[in-house]
Design a protein around this ligand. Structure first.
Ligand code: ATP
Length: 370
C-alpha cells in the first residue's frame, strides 16, 4: 500500500495518572513495524488508555511515544500518521458507504476519490454495497466500513479499540480472520485492544498481557500459552492446573520439587521463580497435556513422567474429548481434558486415578506473586 511504513512504535516510560490513581504504570514497549499486536487484559487494566496515548487522544503523564525516528508525543492526533477504529463504528448515518469511506480524502481537498475508495471497498469486500446507508448493513459490514475509512489516508499504524466488541460470537470469529487478512494485505502495524484472550491469540503475532496498569508478559500467543511467567497470565490465557510445591533438589537442568509427599520434575528453563532449596514454586500444567490412568493400571505409566493421584469428582462429555474434574490432595478441582478414544469406562466419578504428564509440559511460577 505504501513503501514508508513508519518504523516501530516505541513507548518509552509512558504512564498515565488521573489525580492519585495510576491507570498506566511507566511502560516500555516496542511494537515492530508491520506486526499485528494485541494489548490484552481485563476491564480497567489500562489498555485503552495506552492505545489513546499512542493515538494522541490522551496526554501521557510521563514518557514518550515515537514512530520510527519521529517523536510524536507532542503531536495532536490529526498530525500523527495513525488512525483509530472504535467499537462504536462512528459512521456518518446520512452518508452512504462510498461517502463515508471518501470522507478523509475529501477533507484533505482531494477531488478524484473514486479509484481509491473503490480499491478500499474491495479490500474490505464491500464493493457491492457502496450506495447503501450504514443502517442497511450488518454490524460486521459496518465495522468493515469503519476499517476502510480509517485506512483510506494510508496511516502507518491502525489502532483498534475493541472493534469487534459489539458483534455476536459467530460474526466476531469471521471478523477476526477478516481483520487478519486485511492487515496482511496492507502490511502496516495494527495495534488491537481486546479483553478476549481467544481473539488476541487468533489474530496477533505478539500479545502484551496487561494487568493493573502494567504489562505482565509479552510474547507470541504460543509462547504465552506454553510458558506463562506469572499466575495471572497462566490463568488469563486458558485453564491452568496450579500446584503448590517446594524445591527439593537440582539435578542437571532439572529441578525436583515435592508436592503433597510426591515428587515433580520441572526443566530449569521453564521456571520463572527463584529455585533455592526449600523455596516455594507454583507448578503449572495445562489440562490437555495430562493423561488419566485408572489407579489399577498405574504400573503401565512410563518412567520419568510427573504424576499425582486423585479421585474423579465429575466428568462432562464435550464432543471430541471428555473433561474430568479431579480431587487431589495437591490441587483441588484439577481439570483434565482427555481424548475420547478408547475411553476407559472405569473412569467415572469416584474412581481412583493417576494423572501424569511430561516434565517438558510443566512450568514453574513464583509463589510470591500468586
Ligand atoms: P475497558 O476494557 O473497560 O475499557 P481498559 O483496560 O481499556 O478497560 P482503561 O479504559 O484504560 O481500561 O482505564 C484504566 C483505568 O483508568 C480504569 O480504572 C479507568 O476507570 C481509569 N480511567 C480511564 N479514564 C479515566 C479518566 N478520564 N479519569 C479517571 N480515571 C480514568
Amino acid at each position: 500500500m505504501t513503501k514508508d511504513r513508519g518504523g516501530d512504535v516505541r513507548l518509552s516510560g509512558i504512564s498515565k495518572t488521573y489525580g492519585s490513581f495510576t491507570a498506566v504504570e511507566p511502560l516500555d514497549l516496542t511494537v515492530p513495524q508491520g506486526s499485528f499486536f494485541a494489548l490484552l487484559g481485563a476491564s480497567g487494566c489500562g489498555k485503552t488508555t495506552t492505545l489513546r496515548m499512542i493515538a494522541g487522544l490522551e496526554e501521557p503523564t510521563s514518557g514518550t511515544v515515537s514512530l520510527g525516528d519521529q517523536d510524536v508525543t507532542r503531536l495532536p492526533p490529526y498530525k500523527r500518521p495513525v488512525n483509530t477504529v472504535f467499537q462504536s463504528y462512528a459512521l456518518f448515518p446520512h452518508l452512504d458507504i462510498f461517502e463515508n469511506v471518501a470522507f478523509g480524502l475529501r477533507r484533505r481537498g482531494i477531488k478524484s476519490v473514486k479509484k481509491q475508495v473503490e480499491e478500499m471497498l474491495d479490500l474490505v469486500q464491500l464493493g457491492e454495497q457502496a450506495r447503501k446507508k450504514p443502517h442497511q448493513l450488518s454490524g460486521g459490514q459496518q465495522q468493515r466500513v469503519a476499517v476502510a475509512r480509517a485506512l483510506i489516508n494510508h496511516p502507518k499504524v491502525l489502532l483498534l479499540d475493541e472493534p469487534l466488541g459489539a458483534l455476536d460470537l459467530k460474526l466476531r470469529r469471521q471478523m477476526q480472520l477478516e481483520l487478519k487478512r486485511i492487515q496482511t494485505e496492507v502490511g502496516i502495524t495494527f495495534i488491537h485492544v481486546t479483553h478476549d484472550q481467544e481473539e488476541a491469540m487468533t489474530m496477533a503475532d505478539t500479545v502484551a498481557v496487561m494487568n493493573a496498569g502494567r504489562v505482565e508478559q509479552l510474547g507470541s500467543p504460543a509462547d504465552l500459552y506454553e510458558n506463562p511467567q506469572t499466575t495471572f497470565v497462566a490463568n488469563f490465557l486458558g485453564t491452568s492446573n496450579l500446584i503448590e510445591a517446594e524445591v527439593d533438589t537440582h539435578s542437571g537442568d532439572e529441578i525436583v520439587l515435592t508436592a503433597g509427599g510426591g515428587k515433580l520434575t520441572l526443566p530449569q528453563a521453564r521456571c520463572s521463580a527463584p529455585t533455592t532449596t526449600g523455596g516455594k514454586v507454583v507448578v503449572g500444567v495445562r489440562p490437555e497435556k495430562i493423561t488419566l490412568t485408572h489407579a489399577d493400571d498405574a504400573g503401565d505409566i512410563p518412567e520419568g513422567r510427573n504424576r499425582i493421584t486423585g479421585k474423579i469428582a465429575d466428568t462432562s462429555f464435550i464432543g471430541v474429548s471428555t473433561q474430568y474434574v479431579i480431587d487431589s490432595p495437591v490441587c483441588p478441582e484439577f481439570e483434565v481434558y482427555a481424548q475420547n478414544i478408547d475411553r476407559d469406562t472405569r473412569l467415572a466419578p469416584g474412581a481412583e486415578v493417576v494423572l501424569h504428564w511430561s516434565p517438558a509440559h510443566t512450568f514453574g511460577l513464583d509463589a510470591a506473586q500468586s
